[in-house]
Design a protein around this ligand. Structure first.
Ligand SMILES: NCc1[nH]cc(CCC(=O)O)c1CC(=O)O
Length: 319
């Protein structure tokens, strides 16, 4: 490989810059080359209004992928949970590094824990997945909360709590950790209460398929267990024919017997945003050793969830 600096395409947001910076350091280590950050401004970054209209985070991924395909950058880093389940032929997921904390957390006023929120507490989240599970938990545990749809970056969302407009907001632990704001967390939501988004807490490092030297070098940053887990989670999402904004939670983890890893467990949930109806199932199987094996685990769980009426709970098939 040449010793020219590698160009890493990144969004300008605090979270994107933080995770790109961390990956840049790791890539420098394995390639011995310096890495230069190239900021890509997307339509969604320029106009909040535009983002609301276009809907979701797909626009960010698309802009980075376009820069890769045009040869303007050599690789890009995405939050895996924002990545569409379809992979363009010209691009490869060269590495999925070891996953961060996959849990959702709340940032609440007065250091409140989720279960200590008072009657009528207003909890902000724009995610149908979070709404469905929080409302579902509240219904079955005698909590009286109101989920309030909000948008915006981490600072904006925490701002709703600071200003007193909301009692709490829900965020991903990984995002707060990566930007050095984990001290804002007032409670971690157990994955038994709220299953995270498929791929939450994991990063995806993507480059063009024809860049064989770079594909090989980036592979050193891949964590096979994380890759198998997120592949199973995303396969479930794809097989449910749900998009990144659907009320679908999924988490694959390893079941160990002492020190010996025995099996992979995949849990999934789909529900209505009011939490009235939730389909939650899990399946276990041997730890997948191939991509196809991980995909099969996700499909298997999707088939069982669909048999219980999961499709009818997803509303319009948003993407
Ligand atoms: N929806 C936006 C988004 N995409 C990735 C993260 C950070 C966590 C991660 O990498 O999974 C966040 C913020 C959040 O959900 O709080």
């Amino acid at each position: 490989m040449s010793d020219k600096a590698l160009r890493l395409g990144t969004r300008r947001s605090k979270l994107a810059m933080a995770q790109s910076g961390q990956v840049a350091d790791a890539v420098s280590q394995v390639t011995g080359r310096s890495v230069e950050l190239v900021e890509i401004t997307t339509y969604g970054d320029v106009s909040r209004e535009a983002l609301a209209q276009i809907g979701g985070t797909g626009v960010f991924v698309t802009a980075l992928r376009d820069a890769l395909l045009r040869g303007e950058v050599d690789f890009a880093v995405h939050s895996l949970k924002d990545l569409p389940t379809t992979q363009p032929d010209e691009l490869v997921l060269a590495a999925v590094p070891e996953r961060e904390d996959p849990r959702d957390v709340i940032v609440a006023r007065d250091a409140l824990k989720f279960t200590d929120l008072p009657r009528g507490a207003r909890v902000g989240t724009g995610s149908p997945r979070r709404m469905a599970q929080l409302n579902g938990y509240a219904r079955t545990h005698g909590l009286d909360i109101e989920t309030v749809p909000i948008r915006g970056n981490v600072d904006t969302r925490i701002g709703y709590v600071r200003s007193g407009e909301l009692d709490a907001v829900v965020l991903a632990a990984a995002g707060l950790n990566r930007i050095g704001r984990s001290d804002e967390v007032t409670d971690f939501l157990s994955v038994d209460t709220v299953l995270p988004a498929p791929g939450q807490g994991a990063l995806a490092i993507e480059c063009t398929a024809d860049n064989a030297d770079l594909v090989a070098a980036l592979a050193e940053l891949d964590d096979p267990f994380t890759r198998a887990a997120v592949t199973a989670e995303r396969s479930l999402l794809a097989a449910l024919e749900a998009g990144c904004s659907a009320p679908v939670g999924a988490l694959a983890d390893l079941l160990a017997d002492g020190q010996t890893v025995k099996e992979m467990r995949l849990r999934g949930v789909v529900g209505t945003t009011d939490g009235q109806t939730l389909v939650q199932l899990s399946t276990t199987g041997p730890v997948p050793e191939t991509h196809e094996g991980a995909v099969a685990l996700g499909r298997e769980l999707a088939t069982e969830m669909l048999a219980l009426g999961a499709a009818g709970l997803m509303g319009e098939r948003a993407h």
